[in-house]
Design a protein around this ligand. Structure first.
Ligand code: ADP
Ligand code: MG
Ligand code: MG
Length: 896
């Protein structure tokens, strides 16, 4: 027979911490605390299976539940020495919800349940404190009516105001017993008026009403939405905890409080918490009175003159400090606790793993390894990879003052300050003169890349988290606030304005790309700390992981950042950005405008030495580590200006008649450039581009090999292949150039040729493509676009709505769609390896730095992930966690 109710308290419990699925987090930990001998008010937990039963059976309870609850209650009565509903010495209980994971949207706790006119009189007599009894009763009516009966709470607040006004009182605490009695009468009348029936005076009816309300709250709109957003299955259900009340509001030898066993913001090993004398339940966090510190050190640190518990209740504090030590030794993790002191006696009401900043997570993990509480792999699991984003970038100096003038989307993390510029050219010019600049645009486009690079940060007033500005800024590791829609940019006037504040070009502003804040003036920032504890955790992570981690980088600055963050190679070196720089774009345009191959070759000849120099620098910085270089990918029109007005300038710079520029731009125009003449299609139209790029790569590699003695491994990557033959033809061009360079220099370049898998057809025909390709790199940005048939640049118009309505769970451009895109990757992996067992496999989309996507890459057995330089540590940690999880899973399977 199923057991529906589990008792706890009095030094023992039927449940345990690892029964969280059945008892919920709160119930399991109340049981565990009882088992390890901590003082927990007795009670019982109604299991999550009852919730499941309730919804599977037309909102009814299992037959034996009633008798089990009664038995549980009897046990509590015996332990406490009071009886539920007894007029002379009543037992009061709290009814608390508790799912497996803490979940907003669930029913609020009801305290003091079991009170009615008779038991309140009994409580007054028994406690010798009339005021306390009436105050508990009126709080109970208010709470129960609000959360169980659904009577609007403002009605009670208004009634309270009236009584206070009549009395001339300001604080609730100024009301005496007769005032409270009057209030109770008023409250009951409100309930009767609203519901057409009296407030339930029968304690049993109250209890079952509250239990039903907890189960009912599992399906409220708020709870359902929360579950959807956090991937919590409906089938989990919630538990209900019924627990004997302890009172922190019986006088000045009573208190209630909350604490963390270590400092949750710094991780320091100090007791960190607050308490309130003569208070109940949530009073501490409700902000009605100023809470006091637990420790003298805490009080001094905050400069508070309210006495610490260590001073006012030294005995209780000592007990609490012992509990802290017990809990940490037992759970081997930092805990977040709730407690109440009744007449100098300490009672524990809750414990759970405490939430913490990433800085604190790292410090606590390292300290606990040193203290012998946890091993190194556990330490690696204790740090949330995504949260490293908080510490890898410069942050605003927490001590500095700031005046926030606007808020946009936190599009790329980190804080930066600079003088406002409105164009990319201006940004580059001022940066070259040594200024720190902030690029402010309505939106950005590929033409702005050089300015984005030169800027400390980017602020846009239009666009979402996957807008051009956001994606490029994240890739570069530049802080970015995007879509700050209230800001009005006046390009002509050289200023922007917001809510009465006007900021002119040349004025300082600061942005925080982690919060989306735009701040007036220059706020100092602090640099990330990459040594010490951070380095230790990363070292343990590196020892645990299987996947290699590379970076997507092409500028020397990004490549050095990648190396500094521990990248083991470059997984994607885009070459087109190299053509946008001022001196190169002219040659590039000449090439595009040339009327024949000879003309193109002439222009390409001018680009060759510049590109070669770029590669020399990158190879040197990577010191022999592999570098995947993608040949030219975008369509040619991206290199021509968009505005016809600028054609004149191009004509002048290239010496081509303006009519020809216009005609060429018109000819290059495409209805759908993303699916147009680009990537290997373009390279097959103009093999001389491929030839030039291959030559630049091999000549650079040979030169660097000679100079350093460490010839780099060049991975030449052909983009957008969908048909094997497309790759065959270009590989032949690359091989020919390699032979030529060998003949010229006497050294054979060390290289392989491979392709990006970014079209469904490439994934499906991977077995054929692998006959030629020596590696695959999954370009999951384009593969997501082409699998969904969805342009990333146009998706923001409806994707947010799709997420809200649950049509898609997550933005597939941020978190890999494992069911669709992932399936294609698995097919390509299997078919690719079928043809070429040692084929090298990696991923180079934005997903390479997304922890859950990294987990997927581990599962399908890729060799490496590649992500933007600033995400390299995140990927290293995520890869380690994925490997540890996989090992644990395998071990569990082996023993089962
Ligand atoms: P939440 O999940 O929102 O934290 P809780 O069930 O923990 O809700 O309870 C809300 C407040 O009531 C907490 O401050 C808790 O300590 C207090 N509380 C709950 N049960 C009791 C009890 N039996 N005696 C005294 N205080 C209680
Ligand atoms: Mg709580
Ligand atoms: Mg692509």
């Amino acid at each position: 027979m199923t057991k529906w109710v589990y008792s706890f308290g009095d030094g023992a419990a039927e449940g345990r911490a690892d029964m969280r699925n059945l008892l919920g987090g709160k119930g399991a930990n109340l049981a565990e605390m009882s088992n390890i001998g901590l003082p927990v008010p007795p009670g019982f937990t109604i299991t999550t299976e009852v919730c499941t039963y309730y919804y599977a059976n037309g909102e009814s309870y299992p037959e034996s539940l009633k008798s089990e609850v009664e038995a549980g209650l009897a046990k509590v009565e015996a332990t406490v020495g009071a009886t539920f509903g007894d007029a002379s010495n009543p037992l009061l209980v709290s009814v608390r919800s508790g799912a497996r994971v803490s979940m907003p949207g669930m029913m609020d706790t009801v305290l003091n349940l079991g009170l009615n006119d008779e038991t309140t009189a009994g409580l007054a007599r028994h406690s010798g404190d009339e005021r306390f009894a009436y105050d508990s009763y009126r709080r109970f009516i208010q709470m129960y009516s609000d959360v169980v009966l659904g009577v609007e709470h403002h009605l009670f607040e208004e009634a309270l105001e009236v009584v206070k006004e009549d009395k001339g009182a300001i604080l609730d605490t100024e009301l005496d017993a007769p005032d409270l009695q009057r209030l109770i009468t008023d409250y009951k009348k409100i309930v009767e008026d609203e519901l057409g029936r009296p407030f339930p005076e029968d304690p049993k009816e109250q209890l079952w009403g509250a239990i039903g309300a907890v189960f009912g709250s599992w399906q409220t709109a708020r709870a359902v939405t929360y579950r959807r957003l956090h991937d919590i299955p409906e089938a989990w259900g919630t538990a209900v905890n019924v627990q004997a009340m302890v009172f922190g509001n019986m006088g000045d030898d009573c208190a209630t409080g909350v604490a963390f066993t270590r400092d949750p913001s710094t991780g320091e090993n100090i007791f960190y918490g607050e308490y309130l004398v003569n208070a109940q339940g949530e009073d501490v966090v409700a902000g009605i009175r100023t809470p006091q510190h637990l420790t003298i050190a805490g009080r001094e640190k905050q400069g508070s003159d309210l006495p610490a518990m260590e001073e006012t209740m030294p005995d209780v504090f000592r007990q609490l400090d012992e509990v802290r030590a017990n809990l940490e030794a037992h759970y081997r993790d930092m805990q977040d606790i709730e407690f109440t002191v009744q007449k100098q006696k300490l009672w524990m009401l809750q414990t759970r793993a405490g939430k913490r900043t990433s800085q604190a997570a790292i410090k606590i993990a390292c300290d606990m390894v040193e203290e012998g509480l946890i091993d190194e792999e556990t330490a690696v699991m204790r740090v949330e990879p995504q949260s490293l984003d908080q510490i890898l970038h410069p942050r605003l100096d927490p001590k500095a003052e700031r005046k926030v003038i606007a808020k946009g989307l936190p599009a790329s993390p980190g804080a930066a300050a600079g003088v406002v510029v409105f164009t990319a050219d201006e940004a580059e010019k001022l940066a070259q003169e040594g200024h720190q600049v902030m690029l402010v645009r309505v939106e950005t486009s590929p033409e702005d890349i050089h300015g984005m690079h030169a800027a400390q940060g980017i602020l846009t007033t239009r666009g979402g988290m996957t807008s051009h500005a956001a994606v490029v800024a994240r890739g570069m590791g530049r802080p970015c606030v995007a879509g700050a829609g209230e800001i009005r940019v006046d390009y002509k006037g050289g200023a922007f304005s917001i809510a009465g504040v006007t900021v002119k070009a040349g004025d300082w502003i600061t942005i925080d790309g982690s919060t989306g804040e735009v701040i007036e003036g220059r706020v100092p920032t602090v640099d990330p700390e990459l040594s010490g504890d951070f380095a230790r955790v990363m070292g343990w992570a590196d020892a645990a992981r299987r996947l290699k981690v590379r970076a997507n980088a092409e500028t020397p600055e990004d490549v050095s950042t990648a190396a500094k963050f521990g990248a083991e190679g470059i997984g994607l070196c885009r070459t087109e950005h190299m053509f946008f720089e001022a001196d190169r774009i002219v040659a590039m345009r000449e090439m595009i405008l040339a009327s024949d191959e000879a003309g193109r070759r002439h222009a390409l000849g001018r680009i060759l030495p510049m590109q070669r120099a770029d590669f020399v620098e990158i190879f040197k910085l990577m010191r022999g580590k592999p570098v995947t270089i993608r040949l030219l990918d975008p369509p040619l029109h991206e290199f021509l200006p968009r505005e016809p007005a600028e054609f004149e300038e191009v004509a002048r710079a290239t010496g081509v008649p303006v009519e020809r520029v216009e005609a060429r731009a018109a000819a290059l125009h495409e209805t759908n450039p993303m699916l147009g003449h680009r990537g290997c299609r373009l390279l097959n139209s103009y093999p001389e581009i491929c030839e030039m790029q291959a030559r630049a790569i091999f000549e650079a590699a040979t030169a660097v090999g000679e100079e350093t003695g460490a010839p780099p491994l060049c991975e030449v990557m052909i983009p957008l292949v969908g048909i094997k033959k497309e790759l065959d033809l270009l590989k032949a061009v690359v091989d020919k150039v390699a032979k030529a360079v060998e003949a010229e220099t006497g050294t054979a370049p060390n290289y392989v040729v491979g392709t990006m898998i970014e079209l469904p057809r490439a994934a499906l025909t991977a077995n054929h493509i692998a006959e030629t390709a020596e590696f695959f790199s999954f370009g999951t940005n384009d593969l997501t676009q082409t699998t969904y048939g969805l342009s990333r640049d146009d998706a923001s118009a409806f994707l947010t709505n799709y997420e809200k309505r649950g049509i898609v769970e997550q933005d597939p451009f941020q978190t890999l769609d494992q069911a669709g895109v992932g399936e294609l990757i698995e097919i390509a992996v299997e078919r690719g390896r079928g043809t070429r067992p040692d084929i090298k496999l990696g991923i180079c989309g934005e997903h390479g730095g997304d922890p859950s996507s990294v987990g997927f890459c581990e599962r399908v057995g890729l060799d490496y992930v590649s992500c933007s330089p600033f995400r390299v540590p995140i990927a290293r940690l995520a890869a380690a966690q994925a490997a540890i999880r996989a090992r644990k899973h395998a071990a569990e399977k082996a023993t089962a």
